[in-house]
Design a protein around this ligand. Sequence first.
Ligand SMILES: [Mn+2]
Length: 471
Amino acid sequence: MIGSGSIGSAVARELTNRNKKVVLIDRDEGKVETLREQEFEAVVGDLNDPNLLDPIDVKTIEVVLILSSNIAANGAAITTIKQASDSIRIIARAPSAIAKSELEAAGADRVVVPPRIVSDATIRILERVESAKHASNILDILRANGDEKLAIVVHDNPDPDAMSGAVALKAIAASVGTESEILYRGEIGHQENKAFVNLLQIEMGKLDEQKTRSMSEFKKIALIDCSMPGENNLLPKDTAVDIVIDHHPAEMKEIHAEYIDIRPNAGATATIMTKYLQELDVPVNTNLATALLYGIRTDTLGFKRNANPVDLTAAAFLYPLADHEILNRIETPAISAETLDIFGEAIRNRKIKGSYLITNTGIIRDRDALAQAADYLLNLEGITTALVYGVGEDQIYISGRSNDVRLNLGNALAEAFGEAGSAGGHATTAGAQIPLGVFSDTKDKQALMKIAEEVVIRRFFTAIGIENGDE
Ligand SMILES: [Mn+2]
């Protein structure tokens, strides 16, 4: 190491701690003396001296660090070292970005620019201070609930991201002595989500139909994983909301709340909530860590969709705290006997036309099983689109899956069934419902299935431009 100012001494000390053998070269004899007293190996030498490396056996040198602040002298030393041996790696210090390219041209393998490193570090520290300040603002609002309760409202039919984010906010509220309740509307769909709620003991409430409960029970309201009251959540449209935390892009001027944190650069609300827990030093128990990790994983489709470095760092924090056995059990939930029967029906009743598979599961109670059956049947060789329907109390339910790039299934189902009922979804995942109307009184199940079959098959094939579903 050549040049042992404050940076050089600090680096030498750290390297020695890591059991690296370091020899320091400095032109100041007094300095060399002091270094030796500190038990460093040090020799006198000048950067501009072509015999600079003479006191050291060149064959034993792996790397030379040139850390003086004199760029001309650093350049001269690089030339001297290059002449002595070609196999020595050189790391040099430069005062600026321009000087950096000069030293690289002279033969330095790597160049460090201290002002750049210090400014980067300063900005990172500033960001941390800002986000800690931001995070502490939310505590003031949570404390303002006093003895009254906070409502944490998630979007309808909540997914693991919304639910885990809500549980995190509940933990943060509890850390300042505020009691809260998570509220939702709709269903916890999918076997995985049901397993998620059961295995992680997530407690959530509903506002019942009879309206014996109302939002006036709560002093303050937080919206999690959604941002507008009345849009895909149980709040009336004109509700005054206090806290909004979400990652879906939003029209900021339309969002009104005392505290708003919308970060579209995060792949999940669970990621944002993990950052809060870290900033505020709120203890994260195993269930909470497991829930948040699962929330991030599902919302980013296992880090394949909208995943950002911030999602990965949040996941890295949660990973050692989570229960991976529970995660496995959530992902492969036990199949109920009813679901198995539904699969059996779907397999037995399948009709295939080209790469399309259409089947029915008869009279159903569990609608989720339709989507699961469609998922499963899409794995059949040669099939790129699977449509599964079943007859419920007063509706025909249809669930579809497709990996056919030429087909937008959501549009196809909307065209086929939108008029008769409701339909929609994405290019690869979609669903529809058709009211049975007068037919719902039909006692003859076989007749009912016949009607359903005709409607579903004919309308679907017409919509995608294939005349007459039967061969
Ligand atoms: Mn989300």
